[in-house]
Design a protein around this ligand. Structure first.
Ligand code: HDE
Length: 680
């Protein structure tokens, strides 16, 4: 790791990092052992002896290596990074880490899927978790968000119901990491507050190309509090500098088999290659007296604030610049909590958020085995912590003072509280009036307007993908009745959309006219996102006798455009080109696949056999079908189906200069949706 990116958290973590290389093998008690292969026996063929403490210790430790996986968000990965502010946010908040643009705040991010078990595939259709732990000078601040700005339910009371419904069905534990089954859709049809997020879940947002290319949202409305005690409502945003990009459904399913670690690997490789993922942090701010100015309730977590109505103010940038060195210690043991606050940030009464404030500590108690999980290296704040809490499983701190109570005189009444004025945390003094009641507010009851806004804001291609996704999911249902209920429910969002789905799944078309809301938010469409070639993966297929001039020109263009080219051939052995020099392929045609690349360039060579041609043709066909850029050298045009020629994003080249630049321009556009597909 480079020295310049060692921050306070890295230094703290370094004290716990151990490299066993070159060391003697010892027991956990530090006893150096003479033998680690054979248990202690009475005679070579005799019974194993009870006194073999080494065997017992080794096996016992192994038996206890697993901890419960997260009940949701079990599958994930993480990285270290930093946050730097662009301009002081003093006007709105007194949070220390939001004051000074010269200060870098260390952080840890964990990305995850929600439904699948810990070993499930990365590329499933699902919401992605986007949880950030900022190690600030005033203690840890956790922003535990998702890549969708809204949630399935409005009240924490329903969370266990929702999760039970979406997890694999309890009788068969099928399907793994998928919402395409009866109990999930039964829940949706009977809990219509989910309509909005289901539109997101059926959209391309649920299939991120990379964790580096997805937005993050704090989801709930929070408060910022300034030095004068003034509160401003806030929604948190994370915007990837690479834009928001998705895979296509067919790709995701194939990648699930070819490389289930696709998103995880992508993050690790990017950081290793110095392509540090970057996200700008944004806030939507709403003055306290504007609480009721929007056409929905800002406490309702199934609603987003359209960016066109409440602009996102970009306030800083997150850079992820260091991979973890031990997955268990760092990713598996990291414990987030939306209630980890710093002065200057506070909650609202969003009933979903309030329930989360209980759940996250509770879940760590069972996962991490006791109340001292804050002492684990990854969870330790950089800020010092002192209080009168003591003991418990796995306690590491050796508190040397006999005083562990308040008030006291033996220790001058310390550790002491600090007034709000001097930096102590005090809860925002919101005025509350009301009767104790179990009910949903009337202002939470419009479930379809924003769901229709989402659909109406999509491009035609995105709309088609949503219809296809509904069709796929509903086709998996055993119950015709649920299928019909879902069709009827989403008819309230858009009649045309659900009429098409109904046709595909053999249901009656929905009745009614759909939502009349009519509002559009262009920021919701990925069509309008940033598009660039940076960090995209390009497969470069060569074989013996390849044209070295052409390869050199193309490789230079690909590298100048900051793509990540990877040489593929039919062998890992060095491949000789027309200039007599050798290339060292990273993959073979059989050990990788077109779905793992963003674009494919086929150069070929002068020695290609039929097997090579067949395998390359599969690459070309898949790349074409997934609307991705293709460049084919004139030496390989026989592999191109004639109908592909001239289609968007397909380049055939012999003129060195224009040919790479056209390919690069095609790569920057990512997908070429206008391509004619029915040619096979
Ligand atoms: Fe979570 N959620 N959640 N959640 N959530 C957990 O905590 C919960 C919700 C989110 O990478 C659990 O440590 C309840 C919304 C992320 O470690 C658990 C409710 C949002 C992660 C839990 C919600 C999230 C979790 C499981 C409704 C987006 C992964 C393991 C009241 C704003 C964090 C754990 C990581 C994890 C409970 C709703 C995001 C069980 C009760 C809304 C990103 O405590």
């Amino acid at each position: 790791m480079k020295d310049e990116i060692k921050n306070a958290k890295h230094q703290q973590l370094d004290q716990f990092r151990v490299d066993d290389k070159g060391k003697n093998l010892t027991t956990n008690q530090g006893l150096t052992m003479a033998e680690d292969e054979f248990s202690l026996k009475a005679g070579e063929r005799g019974p194993t002896l009870m006194e073999d403490f080494h065997l017992r210790e080794k096996i016992t430790h192994f038996d206890h290596e697993r901890i419960p996986e997260r009940v949701v968000h079990a599958r994930g990965t993480g990285a270290h990074g930093e946050f730097q502010l662009y301009e002081s946010m003093k006007e709105y908040t007194k949070a220390g880490f939001l004051q000074n643009p010269n200060v870098k705040t260390p952080l840890f991010v964990r990305f995850s899927t929600v439904v699948g078990f810990r070993g499930s595939a990365d590329t499933i259709r699902d919401v992605r978790g986007f949880a950030i732990k900022f190690y600030t000078g005033e203690g840890n601040y956790d922003l535990v968000g998702n890549n969708f700005p809204v949630f399935f339910i409005q009240d924490a009371m329903k969370f266990p119901d929702f999760v039970h419904a979406v997890k694999p069905e309890p009788n068969t534990e099928v399907p793994q990491a998928s919402s395409a089954h009866d109990t999930f859709w039964d829940f949706i049809a009977n809990n219509q507050e989910s309509a909005h997020i289901v539109m997101w879940a059926m959209s391309d947002r649920a299939l991120p190309r990379s964790y580096r290319m997805m937005e993050g949202f704090g989801v709930h409305t929070f408060r910022l509090i300034n030095e004068e005690g003034k509160s401003t409502f806030v929604k948190f945003h994370l915007k990837p500098l690479l834009g928001v990009h998705s895979l296509v459904w067919d790709e995701t399913q194939k990648i699930g088999g070819k490389d289930p670690d696709f998103n995880r690997r992508d993050l690790q490789e990017s950081i290793d290659n110095g392509n540090y993922p970057e996200f700008e942090v944004g806030v939507q701010l709403l003055a306290e007296d504007k609480e009721f100015s929007l056409d929905f309730d800002i406490l309702d977590p199934t609603k987003l604030w359209p960016e066109e109505d409440v602009p996102v103010k970009i306030i800083g940038k997150i850079t992820l610049n260091r991979n973890v060195e031990n997955f268990f210690a760092e990713v598996e043991q990291v414990a987030f909590h939306p209630g980890h606050l710093v002065p200057g940030i506070d909650f609202t009464n969003d009933p979903l958020l309030q329930g989360r404030l209980f759940s996250y500590t509770d879940t760590q108690l069972i996962r991490l085995g006791g109340p001292n999980f804050h002492e684990l290296p990854i969870n330790r704040p950089v800020a010092e912590f002192h209080n009168n809490q003591r003991d418990g499983h796995g306690r590491q701190t050796i508190n040397t003072n006999m005083v562990s109570y308040h008030n006291n005189s033996l220790s001058d009444n310390t550790p002491k509280t600090v007034s709000e004025k001097e930096g102590g945390f005090a809860h925002y003094q919101e005025q509350i009036h009301g009767s104790k009641i179990r009910a949903r507010s009337e202002s939470f009851k419009d479930h379809f307007s924003q769901a229709s806004m989402f659909y109406n804001s999509m491009s035609n291609v995105e709309k088609k993908h949503i219809i296809d996704a509904f069709t796929f999911e509903l086709s998996q249902l055993k119950s015709k009745d649920i299928r019909q209920q879902v069709v009827n429910m989403f008819g309230n969002v858009n009649i045309d959309m659900m009429t098409q789905v109904a046709q595909h799944v053999g249901a009656e078309p929905p009745k009614g006219e759909g939502s009349k809301y009519g509002k559009i938010s262009p920021a919701l469409s990925q069509e309008n996102t940033l598009k660039k070639s940076d960090t995209l993966k390009v497969g470069v297929i060569i074989s013996e006798g390849y044209n070295a001039d052409e390869l050199n020109t193309m490789m230079k263009a690909l590298k100048d455009a900051k793509t990540m080219p990877e040489i593929i051939s039919n062998t890992l052995a060095p491949v000789k080109g027309s200039d007599g020099k050798e290339q060292f392929p990273k993959r073979t045609l059989l050990s990788t696949d077109a779905v793992l690349f963003d674009a494919i360039y086929v150069l070929g060579g002068n020695k290609v056999d039929d097997e090579f041609k067949t395998n390359v043709y599969k690459f070309i066909q898949e790349t074409y079908m997934h609307y991705k850029p293709l460049a084919i050298s004139k030496f390989a045009t026989e592999l191109l189906k004639p109908e592909m020629n001239g289609q968007p994003g397909v380049t055939i080249g012999d003129e060195k200069d224009q040919y790479p630049s056209k390919f690069i321009a095609d790569i920057s556009l990512h997908r070429h949706w206008d391509r004619k597909i029915n040619i096979f």
